[in-house]
Design a protein around this ligand. Structure first.
Ligand SMILES: Cc1cc2nc3c(=O)[nH]c(=O)nc-3n(C[C@H](O)[C@H](O)[C@H](O)COP(=O)(O)OP(=O)(O)OC[C@H]3O[C@@H](n4cnc5c(N)ncnc54)[C@H](O)[C@@H]3O)c2cc1C
Ligand SMILES: NC(=O)c1ccc[n+]([C@@H]2O[C@H](COP(=O)([O-])OP(=O)(O)OC[C@H]3O[C@@H](n4cnc5c(N)ncnc54)[C@H](OP(=O)(O)O)[C@@H]3O)[C@@H](O)[C@H]2O)c1
Length: 475
């Protein structure tokens, strides 16, 4: 078991699996309520995927984060103003290590230790098997394993012959060596867009296969980071009707359809937008050629894909490299598959994306994609988890916990998505620094992704408002 900084038996502790931004948020929250815990990660350092030295991380050193500095910080340790407005992975790694050190989390942290299996015997008794061969009992588990454990590959990818190089976006390291090569990028999300732009710097040719059209929004709107503008000043985006918001976006980066991309499937304010200042320009320049969905691949590695937006029929393409930027599936190998039941649409039935219904000893953090910074969401989930685990310590309960249990058993839609105060919580929220002042409740339509078991997407502001409502049950 983790080399203990204290003498508390593990059966009285919570085990946090994963020391990324979510695991660190959980650790800080548990610490604030004096709930004993250990935290392990298979990596060498805290910080999760945000480690440019980490070979198994899906990020690549030259990428820029899409969330702004303001939406990518904990309230009790603001990002240094000397850091760029959109951080690089190296800046984020530095920040997260500083956060762990500031909260003394490093004392509870065991690196290079994977959890092979975590199984509940009964409520409050978890058997945990580590990669070291050790087996221990914990009273609860917070699994903060991230969203990139299970890269998703389309079925046809299995038919690509060995003569064509295929990689998932999680293996992308940059465009070096692509000179003279033909690249096919598959997927309609942020990874696909970023990789297509990156590849187009070097490759001979880049085709981009999209099955769904999305809006492309700039990093900054009127000089303000787009995520700050939409979270803090809804009058700039969310408060106005969608048509005006779309006009603002068209005037900055341009219209995706005019550039040659498929028509966005959703109005701007409901879409899982792509954030990019360069993408549409590269498409207009002809350095990225948008095409339709891949239909299949033959024994020679020739891909058949639907033609672009305005053309019927199919085309073929022989790429030297295929990048599958097709997202990630939910679930984790260390948890029993049937631990969390599925909803009718195939998604894990977790209350507010994190809380196992009907049990107080399991929380799974960070299992949702959002447009913009995810940290504020992780912090709210971590606080609720800590309040719950503090209340259940020694088999106890409290009126707030009873109320939480009742709400957790019901429908999320019943939770008011009205603006909940950003202030409060275990970190003393700084409403002016990070927070939603007003909310335009929106549901993100679940698409084909749910059928394929992809990590679900939610509307950030709606989810934040709901989490804050629930967190306020605990005071
Ligand atoms: C390419 C990419 C770019 C992104 N860009 C942004 C962005 O700009 N802004 C933003 O807000 N979000 C972004 N995200 C979302 C990202 O998921 C969050 O920023 C953040 O990393 C989530 O933190 P986490 O702790 O949930 O997960 P992670 O950072 O993934 O950390 C999970 C940790 O759990 C560990 N782990 C998993 N299973 C085990 C196990 N069995 N035993 C031990 N350890 C285990 C892993 O080793 C890992 O260190 C991006 C995601 C990707 C994939
Ligand atoms: N610069 C950055 O900060 C940065 C860079 C990359 C990623 N990210 C973040 O990382 C997270 C993951 O992003 P991601 O782009 O890797 O994954 P993603 O958001 O899940 O997108 C995956 C895309 O693949 C498509 N897809 C899935 N299966 C497919 C199939 N069988 N055939 C064709 N297309 C298929 C999906 O199409 P549909 O649209 O039809 O569902 C979706 O658009 C997101 O939160 C994102 O914001 C950030």
């Amino acid at each position: 078991m983790p080399e203990l900084h204290d003498q508390i038996p593990t059966r009285e502790k919570v085990l946090i699996i994963g020391a990324g931004p979510a695991g660190l948020a959980a650790a800080a929250s548990l610490k604030a309520l004096e709930v004993p815990f250990d935290i392990v990660d298979r990596a060498d350092h805290v910080g999760g995927i945000w480690d440019p030295e980490r070979e198994d991380s899906p990020i690549w050193p030259t990428m820029e984060m899409i969330s702004s500095r303001e939406q990518t910080q904990y309230e009790d340790l603001l990002q240094p103003v000397s850091f760029p407005e959109f951080l690089t992975p190296a800046h984020m790694a530095k920040y997260l290590r500083a956060y762990a050190s500031r909260h003394g989390i490093t004392d509870h942290f065991r690196p290079r230790t994977a959890v092979r299996a975590a199984r509940p015997f009964e409520e409050g008794v978890w058997e945990v098997e580590l990669s070291t061969g050790e087996i221990g009992i914990y009273r609860a588990v917070i699994s903060a394993h991230g969203i990139s454990q299970r890269p998703h590959r389309p079925d046809w990818a299995a038919d690509v012959p060995g003569t064509v190089q295929v990689m998932h976006s999680s293996e992308w390291t940059g465009a070096d060596g692509l000179e003279g090569r033909r690249v096919l990028v598959v997927g309609s999300g942020q990874s696909a867009a970023d990789i297509a732009v990156d590849a187009a710097r070097r490759a001979l040719e880049v085709r981009w296969s999209m099955r769904t059209g999305h809006w492309v929004v700039p990093r900054r709107i009127a000089g303000i980071p787009g995520d700050v503008a939409s979270a803090r000043e809804p009058a700039m985006l969310g408060g106005l009707n969608a048509r005006i918001a779309e006009t603002v976006v068209r005037r900055t980066v341009g219209d995706p359809v005019e550039a040659g991309l498929p028509r966005p499937a959703q109005p701007l304010l409901e879409d899982r937008v792509i954030v990019s200042d360069d993408l549409l320009q590269r498409v207009r320049e002809g350095r990225i050629t948008p095409v339709g969905e891949v239909q299949g691949v033959d024994a020679e590695g020739v891909v058949t894909h639907a033609r672009g937006r305005d053309a019927f029929g199919t085309d073929t393409y022989r790429a030297d490299l295929i990048v599958l930027a097709t997202g990630y599936e939910t679930g984790a190998d260390h948890l029993p598959e049937d631990l969390v039941p599925r909803t009718a649409s195939g998604e894990s039935d977790l209350f507010l994306g994190a809380f196992a219904r009907g049990r107080d000893d399991l929380v799974i953090l960070g299992q949702q994609r959002v447009s913009g910074g995810v940290l504020p969401l992780l912090v709210e989930q971590a606080d609720i988890a800590a309040y719950m685990l503090a209340a259940t310590r020694d088999g106890g309960t409290s009126p707030a916990l009873e109320q939480f249990r009742r709400v957790r058993g019901g429908a999320e839609a019943a939770i008011p998505a009205r603006p909940a105060p950003a202030s409060g919580g275990l970190r003393g929220r700084l409403e002016t620094a990070v927070g939603t002042r007003r909310v335009t409740p929106r549901e993100v339509p679940s698409g084909a992704g749910a059928r394929e078991g992809l990590v679900p997407a939610v509307d950030r502001e709606t989810q934040l408002a709901r989490l804050r409502s629930v967190r306020s049950l605990f005071g």
